[in-house]
Structure formats: C-alpha cells, structure tokens
Design a protein around this ligand. Structure first.
Ligand SMILES: Nc1ncnc2c1ncn2[C@@H]1O[C@H](COP(=O)(O)OP(=O)(O)OP(=O)(O)O)[C@@H](O)[C@H]1O
Ligand SMILES: [Mg+2]
Length: 465
C-alpha cells in the first residue's frame, strides 16, 4: 500500500482524507502547512502527496515544485476549494499529476486515483524484486528459472558439466535444449575450446557425413579441396548434435563407430585420426517410440545417453512464466528502445494460464511482439495474440462450470495453485468485464453476473471497483 502525505490547513479536510485512506490500508501522514511538508519531503520518500493550494505560509504550487525537485517519482495531487483558471494552469505547468476541486465529490475523485497509483507502485516494486530474483537464478548463463524443476536442472548441470561424459537432452521444441548444451560446455574444462553445433535434421545423408567427418579433394564431384569435418573442428571441445532423431539409420551406424573408437575417417581417406570431442545430442522426439518403431538404433541411443537430461515443458513449471516474461520484457524493451516497465496483471494471468506448445521460444516471441506493438508503458492483454487471450476465456469458462470443458482439470498446473487468490482474481476480472459491458451501469452489471445488486455492491467494494 502507498505512503501518503496530506498537506492542508483545514482540519476537516485533512481528517477526512487521513481516516478514509487509512481505512483503505495506506500509510498516511498529515501536516498543516507548507514548511512542515517540505521538511517531511526532505526526510522521507512518499508515494503520493495530496496538498491544498491556498495555505497561509506557502502556495501549494510552490510545494509542488519543491516536491518534483527533491522526489520526482512522487505523485503530486493538488486540491483546492477555490478553483481558478490560473491555479489550474499553474498546476499543469509545474507537473501536478492531478488537480481536484474540494467538495462533496472530493473523496470519490481521489480514491480511484490513489488506488491506481498505489497499484502502479506495487507493480514496480514487484518488478524490482523479480529482477533481483532473476539475477540470483541466472547462474547458468542465460537459463532463467526458479521452479524446483529448473533448480534440479541447475544442480544437475553443475554436477555433470566438468566430466566429459556424453549427454542426451530431450524435451519439446523451445524448452531450451541448445541453451543447456551451451551451459554444459561453458561450465566444463573444455570451455576455452570450440562449441560447435550441427543440426542433423537439416542435411541430406551424404552431406551430413562430409560435414561431420570431412573429406579429401576428389573424393566426390564438387570436392575441390580437402576439408576438415566438424568432429575435427571441435577437437578438445564440444559438438552439439541437434535433432539427432532425424538421422538416417546408415549415418547412425557410422556415428556409432566414431563414438565407439574415438576416431574419424574423412571421406576419400584411408587413414583415421583421433579426436577428443564431447558429444551432446538433443532431440524433441520420443526415443522409446523411435527405437520401438525401428527408426533409431538402440545401441547408438545407449552410447549417446550416458547422462540423459529431460527438459520440462513450460506448462509443467508455470511458476517460471512471470520470471521469464519479465526478463524478455527487459531484453526487448531495451533492444527496441522502448520504456515499457511492466506487464499488466490481466495480461500476466493470460500468460500463466496458456499452455505454451512452443514453450519458452513461444513465450519469448510473444513478448517480443507485444513490446513491438505496445504504445503504453505497460503490456496489456490486448497486446497478446488472440490464441492466448481465447485460451484464457476457455479456461475461465471451464472454471465457472458452464463451459464445455473436459472437467479433467487439465489447466490445473502440476505444482498446484493458490485457489483462493486465483478465485479472487477471477471474481475481480469478471466484475470489471461486466462493468465494461454494461457501460458502467451497476444494476445491469449485476444482472449479467446473475447476482443481486446488493451482493454486486459487496463485491465491487471488496475489489475496489
Ligand atoms: N530457461 C530459459 N531461460 C531463458 N531463455 C530460454 C530458456 N529456455 C529457452 N529459452 C530461449 O528460448 C529459445 C529456444 O531455446 P532453444 O533453442 O535452446 O530451444 P530448443 O529446446 O533447442 O528448441 P528446438 O527443439 O525447437 O530446437 C531461445 O531463444 C532461448 O534463448
Ligand atoms: Mg534447438
């Protein structure tokens, strides 16, 4: 909640503000003149100052200037009993964040403004906290994650990186297989030697063979010079063989032999040479199935998977979503030179509920796109692609029991959720949606939600709507 400073020489006003904002959970200090206010502003950082304009010792506009000077991030609201065009213009010119006329509606005007400011501050603080967490958990280069599953992964990487054993990384597309392979290399004694990547799925068989093992001039048409293969290029370092599941069976036999003997023979050569390469392989295929159906050799599989690492899908560790989303927000708002500070709670909720078939890559692309599209300082739900927004609606209607959901709790994250908090968030968003649809007419909003006006009022008050 926010820290407020109320400045007014009229006790009736300052008491009214003090009592009502305290009741809403804010921390409120009251002073009755401009000099006292200056002293407080010099000693403390306030989130919001609400100050009268006409005070005996000082004009509120002067205090406003002082406040903007010593504490630019503090929100300054001017209130006045005698509105004049001149003071209103001064207020705007000197950067008042709001200008409110005293009277019966004073509180009605101030309350939502203060509430919004407090929420904004809270959001900013939360973002700061998450950024700190982020730094703590980016031990492995750029792998972000704080979920138990990711922490186990970091432990595992730390343990196995220094050895030279082969690693087989499995996991859906976009879960970070390449990132993990790189982290293993960089935390090994081979870190100074090359890390070379080859996408085994991208080459036809003969080309893959010459890429991996090299060739001598004249060994096939087009071989105009001797060329080293990637195994030799990676000597002393790490060769990351991506999409190994797409390798042909004949190539699998050849690779098996290389791994078995630690020697490669370039095409067209009769001599073999020793290579010292750590192989890390990756696939998004299900090996058990590939082996059972005869597309992958079991002996090669055992050679490759001395240490198997399985990367969990993003939907199995949803608690990492906010952390990842914010770090991508940081990254892309910086690179696109945009000042986007936060992701609105509405938007974040949608990100957290979505299933992410493309995993972290899809989340990264989503945030990049949202940053590019967003014109305001915060990512709103509207900046998200329709599939993500729609999924949220489906999830919501499953929860409310009147959708045609599967009823198998498929959107329930494996790690569980805080049901009470979740339901409150849902209630609040439904109330807001109903108000939006009814154009702000409360009775109609209550009807839409099939509740009495009385209970609608109760909820509206509870959620500050
Ligand atoms: N834990 C993570 N923290 C930060 N960025 C991540 C994380 N996991 C994945 N990424 C990012 O997501 C993108 C995809 O990661 P990567 O290429 O490693 O996935 P992959 O598992 O190899 O996918 P594919 O099977 O499609 O090749 C990259 O831009 C990567 O930086
Ligand atoms: Mg990859």
């Amino acid at each position: 909640m926010a820290h407020l400073l109320v400045v007014d020489d009229e006790p009736s006003i300052s008491e009214l503000l003090e009592i009502s904002f305290r009741k809403e959970g804010h921390k409120v200090e009251v002073v009755s003149n401009g000099q006292a206010a200056k002293r407080r502003l010099a000693a403390q950082i306030f989130d919001i100052v609400i100050s009268d304009i006409c005070m005996p010792d000082m004009n509120g506009v002067e205090l406003l200037q002082y406040s903007k000077e010593v504490s630019p991030s503090t929100i300054f609201i001017l209130i006045t009993g005698v509105p004049t065009v001149d003071t209103a213009i001064d207020a705007v010119n000197f950067g008042a964040d709001r200008y409110v006329v005293k009277g019966d509606r004073l509180l009605d005007e101030l309350r939502p403004a203060v509430k919004r400011i407090a929420e904004n501050q809270a959001l900013r603080k939360e973002a700061g906290e998450l950024r700190r967490q982020l730094r703590r958990f980016t031990g492995f280069d750029h792998i972000i994650g704080a979920s138990p599953k990711m922490r186990d992964l970091f432990d595992l990487i730390e343990t196995i990186a220094p050895q030279s054993s082969r690693v087989l990384i499995t996991g859906e597309s976009g879960t970070g297989k390449e990132l993990v392979a790189r982290a293993i290399h960089e935390n090994s004694s081979r870190a100074k030697a090359p890390f070379i990547t080859i996408n085994c799925g991208a080459f036809p068989e003969t080309l893959l063979e010459s890429e991996l093992f090299g060739y001598l001039r004249g060994s096939f048409t087009g071989a105009n010079e001797n060329r080293r293969g990637l195994f030799q290029a990676a000597d002393g370092g790490t060769l990351f063989m991506d999409e190994i599941g797409n390798m042909s069976l004949t190539m699998q036999v050849k690779l098996y032999r290389v791994l078995q003997e630690g020697k490669v023979r370039p095409l067209g050569s009769t001599e073999e040479s020793d290579v010292d390469v750590r192989v890390i392989a990756a696939t998004n295929k299900d090996f058990a199935k590939e082996i059972a159906e005869g597309r992958f050799r079991e002996d090669l599989y055992y050679r490759l998977s001395v240490i198997p690492i399985h990367l969990p899908a993003l939907r199995e560790r949803r608690e990492d979503i906010p952390l990842l989303a914010r770090s991508f927000l940081d990254r892309y708002s910086k690179s696109m030179n945009k000042k986007i500070e936060a992701i609105e709670p509405e938007a974040m909720r949608r990100l957290e509920v979505y299933d992410w078939p493309g995993n972290v890559r899809e989340l990264e692309n989503t945030i990049e796109r949202a940053v590019a599209l967003e014109a305001s300082p915060r990512i709103s739900a509207e900046a998200l692609p329709a599939r993500i927004r729609d999924h949220y609606q489906e999830a919501v209607s499953q929860h409310s029991g009147n959708g045609n959901g599967h009823g198998d709790g498929s959107i329930l994250p494996v790690e569980g959720i805080d049901l009470e908090v979740y339901i409150q968030k849902l209630e609040r968003s439904f109330l807001l949606a109903a108000m939006e649809r009814s154009g702000g007419v409360r009775t109609r909003a209550a009807e839409t939600l099939k509740m009495s006006y009385r209970s609608f009022r109760h909820y509206a008050k509870k959620y500050g709507i």
